[in-house]
Design a binder for this molecule. Structure first.
Ligand SMILES: Cc1cc2nc3c(=O)[nH]c(=O)nc-3n(C[C@H](O)[C@H](O)[C@H](O)COP(=O)(O)OP(=O)(O)OC[C@H]3O[C@@H](n4cnc5c(N)ncnc54)[C@H](O)[C@@H]3O)c2cc1C
Ligand code: SF4
Length: 329
């Protein structure tokens, strides 16, 4: 058994200071991912700084028309929030498509974004894994990789990021507010998570001891017409094979604006920039949606066991945009 210290700070700066002095410490949110990884001996923090009740647990309207989500808001509370359901329905749908009611009651908004990959080798300390132990190799490339990435992979790692919420936040151009040893930062969600490159052990651009304090959603009127579709092996309690988070603004048959992100396809939530650019200003229809999806996925480099994800991602994007065109669900 590994021992560790447990601390609670009374201020966010106090929590940051505690971790600054503990290079092997970690913040604890709801613990639904971190504690599991500790039991598997994948995570071995010697200090846990509990921040679940320290950061805000409120969803508030901002003066610019956007919305601020406290890092400590539970996944259940966020999914049920009337403002979120009305103005950003894809966020609520993304949350409700993940985990279970009990897990969502405990899990926090910040913890959800920083949950670690579900690659089976990452969770099995008897196998080589560059993400868990840099330099040991990647067991998935020649092993079980059906659920893993098709875009932005590296020879070091082909894992996917598991958070559904993060995919919807990337589509919405949300930003994350942090407080760390070097002060406060605002990080666009599109830049929070990394591609694996030569350092798959680093999931995000956060520095050690940097605390997420809130997530800000920009005002985006057409996000009221948004949808999150999750394709998975079971209808509930399963991680994604492919997800699409999308919002579209169509006037007189022409796409005035559009937001699209994929989940389950890469080491980070994948914002479909190429597809968006192709669609903006052009006619809205199935052929255009298909061509845009194909352009976005042209760089896909699937492995032997997950090539099915390329047509699956294309079809999911097309169906989701068509559903949005056909009106409110
Ligand atoms: C059986 C099961 C099924 C699941 N299915 C899904 C699913 O389908 N889709 C999905 O998206 N998720 C799913 N999840 C994952 C679940 O959503 C996450 O476990 C949860 O959101 C993590 O939140 P937490 O607050 O418990 O994080 P914790 O486990 O407490 O922490 C996770 C990470 O975040 C860090 N952290 C926590 N708070 C902060 C902060 N404020 N600032 C900086 N770092 C912080 C911790 O140090 C840790 O590294 C599932 C989990 C389980 C167990
Ligand atoms: S894909 Fe990444 S997480 Fe999975 S075994 Fe390879 S290095 Fe580890």
């Amino acid at each position: 058994m590994r021992t560790f210290r447990y601390e609670r700070a009374s201020t966010t700066s106090g929590a940051v200071a505690l971790l600054a002095e503990a290079p092997h410490g970690a913040f604890l949110g709801g613990g639904t991912n971190l504690v599991d990884l500790m039991k598997l001996d994948v995570a071995r923090p010697d200090l846990l700084v509990d921040v679940r009740r320290l950061t805000s647990d409120r969803v508030e309207e901002l003066s610019n028309g956007g919305v601020r989500i406290g890092a400590g808001v539970s996944n259940s509370q966020l999914a049920a929030d009337p403002l979120i359901r009305r103005r950003y329905p894809m966020l609520s749908q993304a949350l409700l498509s993940g985990a279970s009611g009990q897990l969502r009651n405990l899990a926090t908004a910040a913890g959800n974004l920083l949950q670690r990959t579900r690659c089976p080798y990452f969770q099995d300390v008897t196998t080589p894994c560059n993400k868990r132990e840099p330099g040991t190799g990647c067991s998935a490339i020649e092993g079980h990789h059906r659920d893993l990435a098709i875009l932005g992979t590296s020879p070091e790692c082909v894992a996917t990021h598991p958070s559904d919420l993060a995919v919807a936040l990337v589509a919405l151009d949300a930003v994350v507010r942090t407080e760390g040893p070097d002060g406060e930062r605002v990080i666009p969600m599109t830049e929070l998570h990394r591609l694996p490159g030569a350092e798959p052990q680093r999931d995000t651009v956060l520095r050690h001891g940097e605390l997420i304090t809130a997530i800000d959603l920009p005002p985006l009127a057409f996000a009221a017409c948004s949808y999150f579709r999750k394709i998975r092996d079971r209808a509930s309690y399963a991680f994604a094979l492919v997800t699409v988070a999308a919002a579209i603004d169509v006037v007189d048959g022409v796409v005035r604006d559009v937001r699209i992100a994929f989940g389950g396809v890469a080491h980070k939530p994948w914002r479909a920039i190429k597809a968006e650019e192709l669609l903006r200003g052009g006619p809205a229809g199935e052929d255009q949606f298909r061509r845009a999806a194909e352009a976005e996925l042209a760089d896909a480099r699937p492995l032997a066991g997950n090539a099915f994800k390329v047509p699956l991602a294309r079809n999911t994007m097309v169906r989701t945009l068509l559903d949005l065109l056909e009106g409110p669900r």
